[in-house]
Design a protein around this ligand. Structure first.
Ligand SMILES: C[S@@+](CC[C@H](N)C(=O)[O-])C[C@H]1O[C@@H](n2cnc3c(N)ncnc32)[C@H](O)[C@@H]1O
Length: 235
C-alpha cells in the first residue's frame, strides 16, 4: 500500500520519554527491542549511541522510513507551526510539569527529531530503521524480539478501527515475546469502547497488565498496556 508523506504528522519523543512511558528494566534494556510507528523519535539514535549493551538492539519500523532524511525534515518544518498552534489551543489538555510550557515542548521535540535525522540514513543502512506499515507482515522471524513498543500510535488513532488493531498487535506478538503500548487513550485523552474491546480480545489469549507510569503529559494518559506471551506472574 502506498504511503503519502503529506498524510503523516512527524513529531517525535526522546529516549527519556520512552524510558518513563515503557518502564524497561535491566532485562528489557539488554534485549532486542522493536519500536513500531517509531517515526522521528530519537529513541533508536540515543539507545544506539549511549545505552546499548552487549547483545541489545533497537530496530524501528515506520512507513515514514521510505523517505529521505531531507524529505522528512521538510515535512517536519511544514507541520511544526500547525502542531504548535493546536498544542497552544489545547493547552489545558496537558500537564505542564516535566515540560513547563509549549515553548519548552517545541524545543524538546525539535531536539529529539534532530537527533533522529542525524542518525537516520546511517541507521537505515545498518537495518535499524525499516520502512514498514502495520498490520503488514513484519520482515522478521517469530520471536525475533524480546520487546515490541508502540508510543502514541496504536490505540490512540481509534479511527483505524478494531480489525486494524487486532491484526497489528497479533503480528507484533508473532515477532515479539512481549508488547507494550502507551498510552491507552485516544487523541483527545479519552477512553473509547474500541480500546476496551481490543484489550478484552488480548486478555482472552495472553497475559495482560495495565500499569501506571511516571509519564503523564496528556491528561488521563499515564497508563501502559503490557501484553505478554508468558503465563501471569506479576501481581
Ligand atoms: C505520533 S507519531 C509517534 C512517533 C513516536 N512513536 C513517538 O512517540 O515519538 C505516530 C507514527 O505512526 C506512524 N504510522 C502511521 N501509520 C502507521 C502504520 N500503519 N504502521 C506503523 N506506523 C504507522 C507515523 O508515520 C508516525 O511516525
Amino acid at each position: 500500500m502506498s504511503f503519502r508523506l503529506d498524510s503523516v504528522v512527524p513529531w517525535g519523543r526522546n529516549a527519556e520519554e520512552y524510558r518513563l512511558m515503557f518502564c524497561p528494566g535491566d532485562r528489557e534494556l539488554s534485549g532486542r527491542i522493536a519500536d513500531f510507528g517509531g517515526g522521528p523519535s530519537s529513541f533508536n539514535a540515543e539507545f544506539n549511541s549511549h545505552f546499548s549493551r552487549a547483545g541489545s538492539t533497537v530496530v524501528s519500523f515506520d512507513p515514514l522510513y521510505s523517505f529521505s532524511a531531507e524529505k522528512i525534515r521538510q515535512r517536519i518544518e511544514e507541520v511544526r507551526p500547525i502542531v504548535m498552534k493546536q498544542t497552544r489551543q489545547n493547552r489545558d489538555k496537558y500537564i505542564w510539569k516535566n515540560i513547563p510550557d509549549p515553548d519548552a515542548l517545541e524545543r524538546q521535540r525539535l531536539s529529539a527529531m534532530e537527533m533522529f535525522l542525524s542518525d537516520f540514513e546511517k541507521g537505515r543502512s545498518e537495518g535499524r530503521y525499516i520502512p514498514h506499515s502495520l498490520p503488514e507482515r513484519i520482515p522478521f522471524e517469530d520471536n525475533a524480539f524480546d520487546l515490541g513498543l508502540s508510543s502514541h500510535f496504536l490505540l490512540m488513532y481509534t479511527s483505524l478501527g478494531y480489525d486494524f488493531h487486532i491484526r497489528s498487535v497479533e503480528e507484533m506478538l508473532r515477532v515479539c515475546r512481549e508488547v507494550r503500548i502507551f498510552p491507552i487513550v485516544d487523541l483527545s485523552g479519552e477512553g473509547d469502547p474500541m480500546i476496551s474491546d481490543v484489550i478484552e480480545y488480548f486478555k482472552k489469549k495472553y497475559t495482560v497488565h495495565i500499569m501506571d507510569t511516571e509519564y503523564e503529559f496528556q491528561k488521563g494518559g499515564k497508563k501502559l498496556l503490557i501484553i505478554d506471551h508468558a503465563p501471569a506472574e506479576r501481581v
